[in-house]
Design a protein around this ligand. Structure first.
Ligand SMILES: Cc1cc2nc3c(=O)[nH]c(=O)nc-3n(C[C@H](O)[C@H](O)[C@H](O)COP(=O)(O)OP(=O)(O)OC[C@H]3O[C@@H](n4cnc5c(N)ncnc54)[C@H](O)[C@@H]3O)c2cc1C
Length: 301
């Protein structure tokens, strides 16, 4: 099927994009068109006006600032997966980006589009929830910043108001000193280009990577496709914090992830299977992140 007819608009600044979205009837932003195109081709969305963001060059950036790392909304999955600055400061983002679909989707799809779609199975939503990132929005009344943990409501539903645009995301640098922090993002996929059954994103900061048994000072864990929203799992974090990582603390964290999950059944994965995978992937991501923080390996299992 082809999309229904629409009027096409191509602004060159965020302010112009917001102005168009506010004044036009039934307007929809388009970024990489990797998700919207499918929805429109099936006529599940029939916007009268498309506001194409792809020529807003100023929203395509990675910036390492004093207190935070910021990524512009129009930055593609490919650019994020290949960013050496992100690999140094927030390695969870490139690792999450590299596992999205295949090269054609990664070449065009953007971080802003992924957050706008708000699929609970999405990689960046879980990564930003794990890292307690922020999302900066621009609307007709100016800009505002929302905690990623407050942003997602359900699939396609977010805290965004009418005509609001995602401009950028930011992750604080303070909690994640690269020399003693490890991060991991791991998807369980049925096939190369599918969405994940479950994904887990974890970060672990240790007190001293050279100690015999480094103590976990700070742990972060979120799961994708384990609930209606990207799922933060504070009980799993608490289970591993304050002592060296061990099988016992990892088991406790895995149990906490399993207990927190409220997954929907899928054709290929019933609820019980997804609960098991949520526990196992939560456990593995924390273990990989710890190994990376200690410099003792940490390839995803
Ligand atoms: C086969 C396939 C497999 C995939 N697998 C995965 C996967 O494993 N993990 C994963 O995370 N994703 C996956 N995706 C989704 C992929 O990441 C999409 O690229 C992404 O979700 C949408 O990005 P986009 O830039 O193409 O957005 P678009 O398709 O252009 O837009 C998506 C939605 O976001 C809104 N939007 C876009 N940009 C903005 C903005 N700046 N501000 C406000 N709203 C905005 C649009 O209005 C639209 O509603 C997959 C997609 C496909 C086709």
């Amino acid at each position: 099927m082809k999309p229904a007819q629409f009027q096409y608009h191509r602004p060159t600044s965020p302010a112009e994009a917001v102005e168009l979205a506010a004044e036009l009837e039934e307007a929809e932003f388009m970024a990489g068109n990797q998700s919207l195109g499918i929805v429109m081709s099936n006529r599940l969305a029939t916007p009268a006006n498309i506001v194409d963001l792809s020529r807003i060059d100023e929203l395509d950036f990675v910036a390492v600032e004093d207190d935070a790392v910021r990524v512009g909304a129009l930055t593609t999955h490919r650019s994020i997966s290949q960013s050496t600055r992100l690999a140094e400061h927030v390695p969870m983002l490139p690792e999450a980006a590299a596992q999205i679909a295949g090269p054609s989707v990664r070449n065009r799809g953007t971080i802003g589009g992924s957050l706008g779609e708000a699929d609970p199975a999405g990689n960046y939503p879980a990564a930003l929830v794990a890292l307690d990132g922020d999302i900066t929005l621009r609307g007709p009344d100016g800009t505002r910043t929302v905690d990623a943990r407050e942003f997602f409501i359900a699939y396609m539903f977010t805290d965004m108001a009418e005509a609001e645009l995602i401009e950028s995301v930011s992750v604080p640098r303070g909690p994640f000193p690269p020399e003693r922090t490890g991060m991991a993002f791991d998807e369980l996929k049925r096939a190369a280009q599918t969405w994940p059954t479950i994904s887990a994103g974890a970060s672990v900061r240790v007190d001293d990577p050279d100690a015999d048994a480094p103590v976990v000072e700070d742990a972060r864990l979120a799961l994708a496709n384990a609930a209606d929203v990207p799922l933060h799992v504070p009980d799993a974090e608490a289970a591993v914090e304050g002592e060296p990582l061990s099988d016992a603390t990892l088991d406790e964290a895995g149990d906490a992830a399993r207990e927190a999950a409220e997954p929907s059944e899928e054709m290929h994965a019933d609820r019980e299977f997804k609960l098991d995978v949520a526990g196992e992937y939560g456990r593995r991501a924390l273990e990989t992140a710890y190994d990376r923080a200690c410099g003792t390996g940490g390839e995803p299992a």
